[in-house]
Design a protein around this ligand. Sequence first.
Ligand SMILES: NC(=O)c1ccc[n+]([C@@H]2O[C@H](COP(=O)([O-])OP(=O)(O)OC[C@H]3O[C@@H](n4cnc5c(N)ncnc54)[C@H](O)[C@@H]3O)[C@@H](O)[C@H]2O)c1
Length: 327
Amino acid sequence: MESCIKNTGNNVGVEGKGHVLVTGGAGYIGTTLVPMLLSAGYEVTVFDKFLWGIKPLLFISSHPKLHIVKGDICQPEELKPVMKGKIGIIHLAAIVGYPACDKNPHKAMETNVNGTRNITQLMNSDQKLIYASTGSCYGAVDGMCTENTPISPISLYGSSKAGGEKVVLDAGGVALRLATVFGIAPRLRLDLLVNDLTHKALKNKSFDLYEGHFRRTFLHVKDAARAFLFALENYKVMKGEAYNVGDEKMNYTKAQVAQIIQSKVPTCKISTNTTGTDKDKRDYEVSYEKIRNLGFQSTISVEEGVIDILKILPMIQEEELKNCKNV
Ligand SMILES: NC(=O)c1ccc[n+]([C@@H]2O[C@H](COP(=O)([O-])OP(=O)(O)OC[C@H]3O[C@@H](n4cnc5c(N)ncnc54)[C@H](O)[C@@H]3O)[C@@H](O)[C@H]2O)c1
């Protein structure tokens, strides 16, 4: 039933749009998305294992339309009650990144594939399902990847996320194949390429650049979050398909990213005389035409993201850093 949010600060006058479940809502993308959904007039339940704690959600926790539930997507009996009565499920919960997946392969498959299957088995046909897929599904590809390019993941992370994506698409949901995300968020991640190299540039005044020719593709965390809102509101036309989410302007080689960072931290030395190799072998370029044709475009550049990160890095205390990496 439609409801109207009253007296909720900056949400005064925003029409209620229904109740959405966000799995993994306490993570990097989730803590950016949840306030956006609330501002747009949705009631939100975050369902999360809180691997990185509750602190990143505290700033919004007193919002009257936000509910917070601790639970595990691998436990259907914990999922079942929170899925009831929701108009949509935005499924972010996962073991994220190749190092975290390689550290515990069983848990990665259990969470990223079976946990996703639990959601599709419990949902009803009226509920919208939007899944955080990844460009990591593509692996190393010559030429431009479109949504029709056969996926060939080269890491356990990529294959587990591709497994989850198949389950979602078979159930008629939407899969957003996000580029590598960057920028600041309430739950900060400093293990993602742009954020990681910016951190090293400032802290160590240098970083090693392995395999600088590898092509990667990037997306600001606020644009990633906007894409989920976009899919929720354009679900009818997007249903049952995968969409790349990013911007061709941010298809960069790793060396180009390093140069952008060096231009903002001129004292930083980039060492390319290294014999090291990048364990993350992804090398791909992506077309974002399909979602752009529906009206979605990203808005924030890598340069802007780097400037933001540089603004806050000096204030981060050493003990906070352990929660900024997924391993
Ligand atoms: N960050 C990126 O660059 C990027 C790129 C492409 C796709 N994605 C996808 O976006 C989603 C969110 O990524 P993120 O960067 O916010 O990661 P994150 O690690 O910050 O967030 C993941 C959240 O999921 C929760 N979680 C993990 N296992 C759970 C379980 N079994 N039950 C309930 N909650 C659980 C964690 O506690 C955490 O809060 C993931 O599905 C990821 O694969 C991220």
